[in-house]
Each structure stands twice: as structure tokens, then as C-alpha cells.
Write a protein that binds this ligand. Structure first.
Ligand code: CA
Length: 648
């Protein structure tokens, strides 16, 4: 079968798919245009037992555009179901790709009355206010990492679960040092970005008494929460209710929730629900007929095909409508085509333009689909309203992710000033940047600052602390590591655009030098909250950086023109020193002028500052929005490897 435009024209179906449920009847619709026959299998309402026999099998009727459908009278809430798809001479048992509830390990769909999964007051749940996308400050977290360690103070049955994120008063046991949500709220983050929370395949939900860990980038059922994060994966309604409860609590506490979505590939290839339903259709192929693999996970989806595109957009909208999700982080977004991403953006705009979308503007391997048509970083100007991760500033600040020993601006490597400045202006066009000197890019790719996600680390690769450890000399003292750490994050949190932080950096988290900890044990991945007591000064510094950013709109300008007019880089500076002035008054800030300087050298540097009186708010690893001290004159000493912020 050739899956080309002609096929899509013939079979593209824009009606409802999945189950249309009511208390009186149930309509099942599956899109399977290449199938010879499709049957619906019901397993009764004890269907989570793997070996239980079907209670009923119904042959489905051929509908329009390659669909198969059947309508049954009665209330089927709680009944398990699958489809038997007869295609290419085989009969495949398939979980409905549109299933909204599944049994343990996601091997059977379940018919569900979703209204019973709503926590009390769900109808009054509203998104926390967000004036502008540039007001966002994102905390990237893995649900299990946050609470699995004893030090989280979360009770045992909630550890590693959605439920842990509904607890508001958790502290390190025996102390009043806040942990988990209590901590995230206290720090002032506006968004929590959760690593995959949809149903993934790598954790066995029937063996949760044994420690298991995975990041979760192995999608199984896209429209259902992951079972291992619920208190009972055998009860399909429980994971749905508990995820909603988590979102409700986070919303009540001023935190928006972003889902990490992985529509770019599936966990298994030949045996995926997609492939068992319409073999070959959902994936791209090489000219020789093999699966192409831009995800380096065995396959890549073909978002440019009508029913794949529709699937991705419908799935994301479902999470918004049913779970009140506030944003999406697209894994390997560079695999998807621009048209799909723009269609999603348009659809979200009709619901709420403040729902945020960003992604990795790259792929893991080569794709046969033309690069100019894909959602790559350099094509960001063609996807307004969608942001990309700024790996240019990430690696300029801390060093290349590819080479452990490679250092960055913050750790004294020279020649990276333009790339850091590129992050400071959020990858926008600025007259004082030499774009030929940027480490990976050659042009500004953000139309406006909210298109750039600025960060020094994420769950991928070495975390900041580990990168500092491996790139600096072995005899580097811990107090020096903390010094570099503060400098690196100060650059990010004062930059224009959207700051993004990997969970635990604020408590000096180490992953014991493991780069790709996707299936490492808890001992590598969990956050050790006890660190917060030890590195309280670092935590407090990060917290104050966030408070500074939130209080001062000059760090959060909305338009590129504003940045061009109100952010002026100083010139004739020593090597490895960056300094700039913000016209606070023009940017609507309560401070009329702000001066920011970063000294990437491991030695004191003297630089000129605009003449007059200044209040120092950040100096030598200390930060105080109310002012540390004041200076006057036209010179300032920048302590080694640190940031200075002045205001007046
Ligand atoms: Ca699962």
C-alpha cells in the first residue's frame, strides 16, 4: 500500500475516533482503511486480568473513509476492550490508539465515564495568571525523582507518584526545610515541566514493589496517564483522577503544568498500536522500505500524513481539555513537520493563547523528510508562538555537551562572548551581536524573546554540577564549583527569553557523572533533599535570582524591538567579560537603570561603568534585591568568575 497524498485524500477522516460514550450507549470508531475486517472484543469489567477470556466479540461495520464502527446499547463504563484488526493476512489485537483509559501496563483499553474521574471542584479549576510568555520560569522535573528519596518527607504510599505533588507541607523529616511542591512554590517557579507522564512502556506496572526507573520517553498509550505514577495501576480511573488532582493542586498554588510529549516515535515499532492497526502508515521510511530513525529509538512518526497530524493535534487538545494542561514540551520536535506544529498552535490559540509550546529544535538522527519542512531550531521564524531550546547559550555558558572536558564562558573558556550575548537577547536580532561568531547558529532564530528557552542543563547529558566537576581541574574546591554554578545560572535567569532549570540544580544535584540516566536507578536520579540543608546558600541564591527576575520587567521584555532599544552591550571590555545596560525606565521597570556584568575569568577584572551613584544588588555570589551596598564613580571591580548587578 502506498501512503501518499492520494491515500490521504481518499481516507483522511475528520470525524470523531475512539469511543463516544454515554450512559445509555457506546459508539466505537476505529480508523483502519487497509484492514479487511475489524472486530471489537469486550472483556467485561474485570478485564485487567491478563488471561481472562473475551466476554463478547462484535464484527464492526465499514464506515466512511476507512473507518470501522459499531454502536452498542447499555452502560459500558468500566468494561475493557480491544480491537482485532485483520490486515495483511494477519489478525492483530490492538489497544485503541485513541483509548482514554487503559488497564495495567496499558495492554487493554477501558471504556470510561470520565466525569467520575474529576476531583471535587475540578469544574472551578483555572490556570494561574500569566501576563506574558516571558514571565514564565520553568522547572523541569521527573515525577519519581522529586519524592522517591526518604529526604522528601513524603509518606511512603505517595513517594514517586502524582499524589506526592498534591502535598503542600512536605519538609525534610525532622526539619522545616521545604521539599517537593512546598519547595517549588517557595522558589517562585511559574511552570513545572513534567517528564513524560503519559503511559509509557519501560516500567512494569505489575512490579511496582521493585524499584524501577525510566525517564519515560517510550510512548505506549498517548492519551492515558502513566500507571506507575498512580497509587493503583490496576484501576484505570485512579491514574486519571490522581493526575487531575495533582494539576488542580499545582494550579491552586500558582504553578502551571507542562507535559513533555513524545509524538516523534513509539516504544515498539512493528508491534505498536499504530502499526498493528494500519501497518506502515504512521511512520516514515527510507527509500529501501526500512523504517527511518531520526529519533534513534527505532522509528520516527510521519507527522506530515493527515491522520498522524490529526492524531498529534487531537491528542494534545485532549490533554488541554480533559486535564487542563497548560503547555507542551515537544521531544525531538525537529522530527515533526512545521505544518503540524503550526496547526497545533492555531488550535491552542482558539482555546487559550497562553498555553505554551516549545521543543527540541533538532533530531537525534537523519530524517528522510526535508529539513526545511521540519520544526528545526533554525526554522523557528516559520512557527510563531512556538519556542525552541537555545543550545547555543547552553553550551556557551557551561561547555559542549559532547566533550566532558570542554569548558564554557562561566568556566573560563575564551571566545564565547557572542554566543552568551546571543542568549542574553534570547536568540533575537540585536545590532551589537556578531552572528558569525555564534557556536552553532549563524542567525537569530527567535522572532521575539518568548521563542527562546534559555538553560544550562536539562535531564539530558551531564547536569550542571557534574559538568563543572568533569571540566574543571580535579583539585577545584567545592566553594569554587559553587561560584561557577552561580555565575552560570545568573546568566540564564537575567537573560531575556524564558529561563528553564533542571530540577535539583538549586540543591547542587549530582547524577554521579552519568550522562544518559534514562534507566539509571533512583540512587542516580532521585533528588536528595538533604542537600538543601547543606547547600542552603545556593538554594537561597537561586530563589533570590527568581525573585529579582519576577520583580523586574526589564529582564522579561516582550518584544524584540524593546530589547533592541533598551538593552545595550558595553564595548571595549577585557576578554571573557560581558556587560550590558538595561534601560529600566523604558522597559517599564521600577528601576530606571540596571547594569549587569559577567566575569568569566578566574581573576579580578576592572571595568568602566556609567558615571554616578549605583546600588549593588549582586556581587561575588551574594544577591539582595534591596541592595548590598552602594558605589559611586565610573569603575567597578568584578570579582573572579562571578556576576555583578547594579541598579539606580
Ligand atoms: Ca506504563
Amino acid at each position: 500500500m502506498k501512503f501518499n497524498d492520494e491515500f490521504d485524500k481518499k481516507y483522511g477522516y475528520n470525524g470523531n475516533l475512539g469511543i463516544i460514550y454515554s450512559k445509555d450507549n457506546c459508539k466505537f470508531i476505529l480508523w483502519a482503511p487497509t484492514a479487511k475486517e475489524v472486530q471489537l472484543v469486550l472483556y467485561g469489567n474485570n478485564g485487567y486480568e491478563y488471561n481472562c477470556k473475551p466476554t463478547d466479540i462484535y464484527t464492526m461495520n465499514k464506515g466512511v473513509k476507512g473507518t470501522w464502527e459499531i454502536e452498542l446499547s447499555g452502560n459500558f463504563n468500566g468494561y475493557y476492550y480491544n480491537y482485532l484488526v485483520n490486515v495483511n493476512g494477519e489478525i492483530n489485537e490492538v489497544v485503541d490508539p485513541y483509548a482514554k483509559a487503559v488497564g495495567v501496563n496499558g495492554n487493554r483499553g477501558m471504556i470510561i465515564d470520565l466525569s467520575i474521574t474529576n476531583p471535587n471542584g475540578w469544574e472551578n479549576d483555572i490556570k494561574p495568571k500569566l501576563k506574558s510568555a516571558t514571565d514564565s520560569i520553568i522547572y523541569e522535573a521527573h515525577i519519581r525523582d522529586l519524592s522517591i528519596d526518604e529526604s522528601s518527607g513524603i509518606k511512603d504510599e505517595y513517594k514517586g507518584k502524582f499524589k506526592a505533588l498534591t502535598i503542600l507541607d512536605s519538609c525534610i523529616p525532622g526539619t522545616n526545610v521545604k521539599t517537593v511542591v512546598n519547595h517549588i512554590k517557595d522558589m517562585g517557579f511559574t511552570h513545572i515541566h513534567l517528564l513524560p507522564a503519559f503511559d509509557y512502556g519501560s516500567v512494569d506496572e505489575t512490579k511496582l514493589d521493585q524499584p524501577q526507573f525510566n525517564w519515560g520517553y517510550d510512548p505506549k498509550n498517548y492519551n492515558v496517564p502513566e500507571g506507575s505514577y498512580s497509587t493503583d495501576p490496576y484501576k484505570p480511573e485512579t491514574r486519571i483522577r490522581e493526575m487531575k488532582q495533582m494539576i488542580q493542586v499545582l494550579h491552586k498554588n500558582g504553578i502551571r503544568v507542562i507535559m513533555d510529549v513524545v509524538y516523534n516515535h513509539t516504544y515498539v515499532t512493528d508491534g505498536s498500536n499504530f502499526n498493528l492497526t494500519v501497518p506502515g502508515y504512521y511512520y516514515r521510511h527510507n527509500p529501501d522500505g526500512t523504517y527511518s530513525d531520526a529519533s534513534y529509538c527505532g522509528n520516527e512518526t510521519a507527522s506530515e500524513r493527515e491522520m498522524v497530524r490529526r492524531y498529534i493535534v487531537q491528542s494534545a487538545l485532549y490533554w488541554v481539555k480533559e486535564y487542563h494542561i497548560d503547555g507542551f514540551r515537544f521531544d525531538l520536535m525537529g522530527i515533526h513537520d512545521l505544518e503540524t506544529m503550526n496547526m497545533l498552535r492555531d488550535s491552542l490559540n482558539r482555546i487559550d493563547p497562553s498555553i505554551f509550546v516549545y521543543g527540541e529544535g533538532w533530531t537525534a538522527g537523519p530524517s528522510p523528510y526535508p529539513q526545511e519542512l521540519r520544526a528545526m531550531k533554525t526554522n523557528a521564524p516559520q512557527m510563531p508562538g512556538i519556542a525552541v531550546f537555545n543550545d547555543d547559550v547552553r553550551d556557551a555558558v557551561k561547555g559542549s555537551f559532547k566533550k566532558d572536558e570542554n569548558r564554557g564562558f562561566a568556566t573560563g573558556k575564551s571566545g564565547l562572548e557572542e554566543s552568551v550575548k546571543f542568549g542574553i537577547v534570547a536568540a533575537t536580532q540585536h545590532p551589537q551581536i556578531d552572528y558569525s561568531q555564534i557556536n552553532y547558529s549563524t542567525s537569530p532564530y527567535a522572532l521575539y524573546p518568548s521563542q527562546s528557552i534559555n538553560y544550562v542543563s536539562s535531564h539530558d547529558d551531564l547536569c550542571l554540577v557534574d559538568k563543572l566537576i568533569v571540566s574543571l581541574p580535579e583539585n577545584t574546591s567545592e566553594s569554587d564549583l559553587l561560584r561557577y554554578d552561580k555565575l552560570a545560572q545568573t546568566i540564564i535567569f537575567t537573560s531575556q527569553g524564558i529561563p528553564f532549570m533542571f530540577n535539583g540544580e538549586e540543591v547542587f544535584r549530582s547524577k554521579k557523572l552519568v550522562h544518559n540516566s534514562f534507566e539509571s536507578p533512583d540512587s542516580i536520579n532521585q533528588i536528595n533533599w538533604a542537600n538543601k540543608s547543606i547547600y542552603y546558600d545556593l538554594f537561597d541564591y537561586y530563589k533570590k535570582l527568581i525573585a529579582l527576575r519576577k520583580k523586574h520587567s526589564a529582564f522579561r521584555m516582550v518584544t524584540t524591538t524593546d530589547i533592541q532599544s533598551n538593552l545595550h552591550f558595553e564595548e571595549h571590555l577585557p576578554e571573557n567579560v560581558i556587560a550590558y545596560r538595561l534601560n529600566g525606565k523604558a522597559a517599564g521597570d521600577i528601576w530606571s537603570e540596571i547594569f549587569v556584568a559577567f566575569n568569566g575569568n578566574n581573576s579580578l577584572q576592572e571595568i568602566s561603568i556609567p558615571d554616578g551613584n549605583w546600588t549593588i544588588v549582586c556581587l561575588d555570589g551574594k544577591i539582595d534585591e534591596a541592595g548590598i551596598s552602594s558605589i559611586s564613580g565610573n569603575k567597578i571591580n568584578l570579582p573572579r568568575s562571578s556576576a555583578v548587578i547594579l541598579k539606580r
